[in-house]
Write a protein that binds this ligand. Structure first.
Ligand code: AMP
Length: 360
């Protein structure tokens, strides 16, 4: 096992080669670290910034062995890494951060909400189901309308459907693939918010100001941050973040998606055990962004302040929207972040723009 804090010149391993890995690699290189990426595709967005790509699946034993040999610490940009891969890396003598507790809680929606409830963090009412009959019972218990989601591997609104009638429960269960599901009560929210927070190896915690998020078809389109929020709302979010981070013995940056209810209460929708799309505004709106903060945490460095220095509107550039880069490049208030993806498939996250204004 490496000794922390890792000195500059150490190597950080990243499981996953997408845009989050790319921006982690950029931040890591600024602090003098080398990044090695493990990714199936030899030509990935992160791989083109890292010093090296190990080409392989996340559960390829040879690739994991090579990663453990190359890296002083390993992190991930994607929460569907198999838990067995983290165990394999640990048994090869390299630490993975965030650790297995965070990964397993975030991979399964029932485990996630059970963990939150046990740590005094509010969520919508929910029930798990693994068979058509259990799905019907869960819908009857939660009431309609309700949302049925696959327990595992849903993202960007995929793998979920509304159930309008109790009689539809078995059909919706089948339409979701007959896999284990969670049935959730609807959150009557006024806004969707998120808090990006970090915990260091010494247990120190910082939280960025709240972000307000707007989705279309389950995909994030726009983030406004810092969100308009009373001190009480901000403190509520910070308390939630502290409970989640301490409860998971977390090291690194977490993204916590929240529903703001009409009565001012915050419910947690989802925990992402990684840097998060709703934290991209921190690149141009904060002294130190979420990517550097994550690198600092996993390397055992002190965390940096998470203060805002500007107001940001972050726009995701999906698919062919990225072709408008000359327009954004010509806007004095816009900072363009492009991921270097070779092909602009519809809905694919190709880049983002941070439109920066003075802090209000
Ligand atoms: P998720 O995949 O769980 O992040 O859900 C994607 C989106 O669906 C969220 O950003 C919300 O807009 C919506 N959503 C998810 N769960 C609920 C819920 N229990 N009640 C109302 N809307 C929800």
């Amino acid at each position: 096992m490496a000794a922390f804090p890792l000195p500059p010149g150490s190597t950080i391993g990243v499981l996953g080669g997408g845009q989050l890995g790319r921006m982690l690699a950029e931040a890591a290189s600024r602090l003098g670290f080398d990044v090695v990426v493990l990714e199936r595709d030899a030509d990935s967005p992160a791989g083109r910034v890292a010093v090296r790509t190990l080409v392989g699946a996340y559960d390829d034993p040879e690739a994991l062995k090579a990663l453990a040999e190359a890296a002083d610490v390993v992190t991930y940009e994607f929460e569907n890494v198999p838990a067995a891969s983290l165990d394999a890396l640990a048994s090869l003598g390299v630490e993975v951060a965030p650790g297995p507790k965070a990964l397993s809680a975030a991979q399964d929606r029932v485990d996630e909400k059970t963990f939150l409830g046990a740590h005094g963090v509010a969520t919508v009412a929910f029930a798990g189901a693994s068979t058509p009959a259990e799905a019907a019972a869960a819908v009857a218990k939660i009431g309609v309308p309700c949302l049925m989601k696959t327990r595992r591997e849903g993202y960007d609104g995929k793998g979920q459907r509304w159930v309008e009638h109790v009689a539809d429960a078995e059909a919706v269960f089948a339409a979701l693939g007959g896999r284990p599901v969670i049935v959730e009560a609807p959150a009557d929210f006024v806004r969707e918010l998120s808090v990006i927070a970090a915990r260091g190896r010494d247990g120190a915690i910082v939280a960025y100001p709240l972000a307000e998020n707007h989705h279309e078809d389950g995909i994030l389109r726009r983030t406004l941050a810092p969100a308009k929020a009373s001190p009480a709302l901000s403190e509520q979010a910070e308390r939630i973040a502290a409970k989640v981070l301490a409860g998971l013995e977390y090291v690194g940056v977490v993204g916590i998606e929240l529903f703001e209810l009409t009565d001012g209460r915050l419910l947690v929708n989802e925990i992402a055990p990684r840097v998060h799309n709703t934290g991209h505004w921190t690149q141009d709106g904060c002294e130190v962004d979420q990517f550097e903060q994550h690198v600092r945490a996993v390397a055992g460095w002190p965390l940096a302040p998470a203060r805002a220095i500007a107001q940001v509107e972050m726009l995701n550039l999906l698919g062919a929207e990225v072709d408008a880069w000359p327009k954004f490049a010509a806007e004095p208030e816009s900072r363009l972040h492009l991921y270097g993806k070779r092909e602009a498939k519809p809905g694919r996250k190709m880049g983002h723009v941070n439109r920066v204004k003075p802090l209000r």
